[in-house]
Structures are given as structure tokens and as C-alpha cells.
Design a protein around this ligand. Structure first.
Ligand code: IPM
Ligand code: MG
Length: 428
């Protein structure tokens, strides 16, 4: 399949984690025989610096004419005092709106190997598997009017929370449909004891639920939901909520499962899907090569699942991430004292190694199968070689471009094996 993507590395740790996510995608495409067309464009602060616009026309055009968009992160302290429309975040919000991406899916899963990384007790986080469905194009983020006005010392600031019935119904449908593929539970989170928007939200969600008698709907106020999330995270299946509450609760969910660096997201519902890690630009660690690329890598899995229906490929990436964590590989955000923390590219390489080890090379493209069920060794070997080339290229480019703070070049995995067919030790 042809995967035609726009890559928006953005700001802060965005480029570092996106590099690794793209390498994993290249390796996966190699293994499964997909063809990649990648167009890299500026967004956010990087675009402001280059062309004084956080979402330049050619970036938007590229996004609209590709099949999916992978984004790193936007924002940074250098832009904190810029007017609202010239902030990096304004570029991202405009992009979400232009793509019509109203449904933001944010899974928060506690990997078994990471139960001890959570600030909560392992028996509390064990089995946590939450999908936050956040409305992405409404509420306070986009409501008009908005302003800061008045003379210095007595200015007034105004934001508007606004929701229409069709807007609520369409995101509710997404949540109920997704719940049907999971544990059949939707918890709608609002503040209906105070806000009109939330009262309408509750009414429309309840009405929509009548189309889904097999899904159990419950409602919860956002303050109470915040508490329950840390007390009993396992009780939550699909969490359906409006834009601002979803922003806040998804960061909390990241903390619960061990690190915000693990969380991926998909923003769908419009013409082109947008995929990004939840963590943001993290300026405090940008350029140090220590960011966790797993949120970006898992965003690639979501991209394959939701924009291309490549479920098997998506699952391969998710399994590879599970494998590296089971093998004890940790970036700094996950390492406990005494554990060695991997650099960003080392974690990316570990995921590629786990992909290669997993035997997914069995998935030979149809044209190469020619009646055989098994991969023919020479085909397999060629593919392994190309995979290793990706390692080596990554190793060189990453080392050249961003070795600040490292005392030695990133290590390559000691050995890459392709189950049963070939074992090749990479060149160093
Ligand atoms: C997120 C981020 C964004 C948001 C910012 C960068 C605009 O925090 O995706 O969670 O608030 O939606
Ligand atoms: Mg956020």
C-alpha cells in the first residue's frame, strides 16, 4: 500500500521523537512491503521562525493532500509573549480545525512491565486500559468571542464555552462505536451541576446512547472523575468529554500509567487524520536526546490503524513497544534509580530490533509470496539488510545532528535476528 504522509516535527522534543517514529515506520513499511511518501513541513515555532506563520500555506496544503499527518509537538518559551494568533499553539489549533479532526482519541494503557513506574500502587494501576475520547474542535478552545481588553491595571479577559447539539452527538457516536470494540462502557465527564454547556452535553449524550443499548453509559462530574481516575483507574473504559476537560484528564492519565511520554493520540473525523504524542514540546529537555519516543511511535500505530485500517501493522508496533519494555529498556522518564536510561535514538532502535525479532517478516507482500506461505530466505535476508541500513542511517544522522549532551554515539542493538531465517550482526 502507498502511505502518503506529511511529517510535522515542530518544536522542542518534537523533531527528536518524530525522527524515531519515522524510522520505526520505515522499518515496518520495509517488513510489510508498503511504500512510503513522506513530506516534511514546518509548523508551530519552527514555522514562525522560518516564515512568521505558525501554519504556513504550504504546510496546510501538504497536510490536506496527504492521507495522514504525523506531528511531533509545538510550543516553546520563546513564543510565550507573542500575540495569540502568532503563537505556535495557534498553528496546531488551526490545523485541527482545517482537517476537521473533531475526535481526539487518547489511549492510556498500563503496560505490565511499567506497573512500578506509576506514582500509584502497582495493584491500583494494574490492568488500566482507558480510552479518552476528547471533543477537539469546540468549547473554550474555539468559542467566540474571546479577548483581553481594557486599560492596563483593569483589563478584562474573556473566553467563551459553546457547544451545539450536532457537535455533541457526533463525538458521542464515536465514543459509543469505540466502546463496542472494547468493554462496552462509556463514562461521560462534564460539569453539569454548574455549566449550561455540560447540561446540554449530558442530555445529548444520553439521547445518543439510546442507539447503543449494549453499551453502558454513566455520567460523572469532572472533579469527581479526576479523583476516581487515581483511586480506581481500572473502572474506566471509554471516557467521553469536551475539549478542555479532555486536555486535562489525558495528562493525568499519562501520569497514572507511568509517564506522559508514553501517550499517543489520533485526531480523526475529518478528511485527513492527525497523529501526535500527547506530551507536548517539553522545552526543559529539548535537544538533550533523552525524550521518550514511545508516544510518537505509538502514534504511528494509531495512524496505521485509523487512517489505513492496517490493524496487523499497528498491533506489531504496539507489541514491539511491549517487548522493549519487557526487556527492561527505559528512557529517563521511566528509569528508576540504578536503571540505565536509554537515549531517544537508542529507544527507537530497540523498538525496530523488537519488530525484527518478532517474526513479523512472515508478512510478505502478496506479490512476493508466489504461492509460498513462508518467506523465502533470500527475500527475508534482503529485507533484514535493508532494515539494518535503516539502523545505520539513523545512527549516523542522529549522532551527527543532535549529540549534544551525549558522551558517545548511540549504541546499536547487539544483534538483530529475523526469526528462523537470518541473523545478522549490524555494522557499527
Ligand atoms: C494537547 C496540547 C494542546 C492542547 C496544545 C499544545 C494546544 O496540550 O494536545 O494536549 O491543548 O490541545
Ligand atoms: Mg494537553
Amino acid at each position: 500500500m502507498l502511505l502518503n504522509l506529511t511529517i510535522l516535527p515542530g518544536d522542542g522534543i518534537g523533531p527528536e521523537v518524530t525522527d524515531q517514529a519515522v524510522l520505526v515506520l520505515e522499518a515496518l513499511a520495509e517488513i510489510f512491503g508498503h511504500q512510503l511518501q513522506l513530506h516534511r513541513k514546518n509548523i508551530g515555532g519552527a514555522a514562525l521562525t522560518a516564515s512568521n506563520d505558525p501554519l504556513p500555506a504550504d504546510t496546510l496544503q501538504a497536510c490536506l493532500s496527504s492521507s495522514a499527518v504525523l506531528l511531533g509537538a509545538v510550543g516553546g518559551p520563546a513564543f510565550d509573549h507573542f500575540p495569540n494568533h502568532l503563537r505556535p499553539e495557534a498553528g496546531l489549533l488551526r490545523l485541527r480545525r482545517e482537517l476537521g479532526a473533531y475526535a481526539n482519541l487518547r489511549p492510556a494503557v498500563c503496560f505490565p512491565a511499567l506497573e512500578d513506574c506509576s506514582p500509584l500502587r502497582a495493584d491500583v494501576v494494574h490492568g488500566t486500559d482507558i480510552l479518552i475520547v476528547r471533543e477537539l474542535l469546540g468549547g473554550l478552545y474555539f468559542g467566540q468571542p474571546r479577548s483581553i481588553e481594557g486599560p492596563a491595571g483593569s483589563r478584562n479577559a474573556l473566553n467563551t464555552m459553546r457547544y451545539g447539539e450536532p457537535e455533541i452527538a457526533r463525538i458521542a457516536h464515536i465514543a459509543f462505536d469505540l466502546a463496542r470494540k472494547r468493554r462496552h462502557k462509556v463514562r461521560s465527564v462534564d460539569k453539569a451541576n454548574v455549566l449550561e454547556c455540560s447540561r446540554l452535553w449530558r442530555e445529548v449524550v444520553t439521547r445518543t446512547s439510546q442507539n447503543y443499548p449494549d453499551v453502558k453509559l454513566s455520567h460523572m462530574y469532572v472533579d469527581s472523575a479526576a479523583m476516581s481516575l487515581v483511586q480506581r483507574p481500572r473502572d474506566f473504559d471509554v471516557v467521553l468529554t469536551e475539549n478542555m476537560f479532555g486536555d486535562i484528564l489525558s495528562d493525568q492519565a499519562g501520569g497514572i500509567v507511568g509517564s506522559l511520554g508514553l501517550l499517543a493520540s489520533a485526531s480523526i473525523g475529518g478528511s485527513v487524520g492527525l497523529y501526535e504524542p500527547v506530551h507536548g514540546s517539553a522545552p526543559d529537555i529539548a535537544g538533550k536526546g533523552i525524550a521518550n519516543p514511545l508516544g510518537a511511535i505509538l502514534s504511528v500505530a494509531m495512524l496505521l490503524r485509523y487512517s489505513f485500517q492496517l490493524e496487523r501493522e499497528a498491533a506489531c508496533i504496539e507489541n514491539a513497544v511491549g517487548t522493549v519494555l519487557n526487556r527492561g529498556h527505559r528512557t529517563a522518564d521511566l528509569a528508576s534509580s540504578g536503571q540505565t536510561a536509554l537515549a531517544t535514538p537508542e529507544m527507537g532502535h530497540s523498538v525496530i530490533a523488537a519488530l525484527a525479532d518478532s517474526g513479523v517478516g512472515q508478512a510478505v507482500p502478496e506479490k512476493e509470496k508466489s504461492g509460498r506461505q513462508q518467506c523465502f530466505p533470500s527475500v527475508r535476508t534482503r529485507r533484514v539488510q535493508r532494515l539494518l541500513d535503516i539502523f545505520v542511517r539513523a545512527n549516523c544522522s542522529v549522532w551527527k545532528s543532535s549529540h549534544r549532551g551525549w558522551s558517545s554515539p548511540p549504541r546499536l542493538p547487539a544483534e538483530v535476528s529475523f526469526s528462523g531465517c537470518a541473523t545478522i550482526v549490524p555494522r557499527t
